[in-house]
Ligand binder design. Structure first.
Ligand code: SF4
Length: 274
């Protein structure tokens, strides 16, 4: 009787999509046994783990990388035009627009920057501005006092410490007032076409739901995702997740029925009926 029950469980596991099976037997478990995999899996008398794993095509601990590649491929297909939705024509404009985008929609920021960038085109234009003048323009983006102060201080610092050019490295960018890793990665990835993987609320939510990470801390998530995707694709990977998060994998109610990565998604597979 026990044997029958175990077989039913194994049949059910084997019929699950690859990633769900992978979650049951993560790579750390696989890696923990170099010579024999026997005994490292849930006890089950009729269960040969080595045979079971090879039958699933799971043989080494980099399968998370395969999952990331598969998901990215599907998302690129769905969102071939995924792009930064902030309007800008230079790294400086993107930097200022990204500072303004904190707690504000891209649509609102674009309305504000349309006026701001038309009026102030060069770095020196910002150096002549008073905080009050800038506050009036960016008022509707919220937190306008902080944002105005940060933009003006950043402009001054770029002029004095970086020869008037927005710096091109993470280490230097995060020295600018109002610039954290997310903003720096937006500027690197979208302004300079350099490796940069911005982790925003969509990237946090989707990477967890899909099962690419179990972290909630953006810096840890960035580091884990960067290990799974080639550097030249970091920015695009983040953008496709953001597009998917806005259009289908919404925070309150993901529309899994419309999702091209459902079969690979941990969240979806854990919800699927037995
Ligand atoms: S299957 Fe559902 S939860 Fe998973 S990525 Fe798609 S929409 Fe999000």
């Amino acid at each position: 009787m026990r044997h029958l029950e175990e077989n039913r469980v194994l049949d059910w596991i084997a019929s699950r999509p690859l990633f769900f099976r992978y979650m049951l037997f993560p790579p750390s478990v696989v890696a923990s046994s170099s010579s024999s995999l026997e005994g490292t899996y849930p006890s089950c008398s009729s269960f040969s783990s080595q045979k079971f794993l090879s039958g699933m095509g799971i043989s080494k601990p980099d399968d998370l990388q395969s999952l990331a590649s598969l998901v990215f491929k599907q998302l690129k297909k769905r969102y071939p035009d995924a792009h930064c939705e902030l309007d800008f024509s230079s790294p400086m404009e993107l930097l200022f627009a990204t500072i303004l985008s904190a707690q504000c929609t891209d649509v609102r920021v674009n309305l504000v920057t349309k006026v701001m960038f038309a009026r102030y085109k060069k770095l020196n234009d910002y150096l002549k501005l008073t905080q009050k003048q800038l506050e009036e323009i960016i008022h509707s983006t919220g937190f306008y006092r902080n944002k105005a102060e940060n933009i003006l201080k950043a402009a001054r610092m770029i002029k004095e410490q970086f020869d008037g050019e927005v710096p091109k490295s993470m280490e230097e960018l995060v020295l600018l007032p109002g610039v954290g890793r997310k903003t720096a990665n937006v500027v690197l990835g979208n302004g300079f076409n350099l490796p940069g993987l911005p982790v925003d609320t969509h990237v946090i939510r989707l990477s967890n739901r899909i099962g690419l990470t179990t972290q909630q801390d953006p810096v840890k998530i960035e580091s884990e995702l960067c290990a799974l995707i080639p550097p030249k694709e970091w920015a695009r990977f983040s953008l496709t997740l953001i597009f998917h998060g806005r259009q289908i994998c919404k925070a309150r109610k993901p529309e899994c029925g419309k999702c091209p990565v459902a079969r690979s998604c941990n969240y979806y597979n854990l919800q699927a009926p037995l």
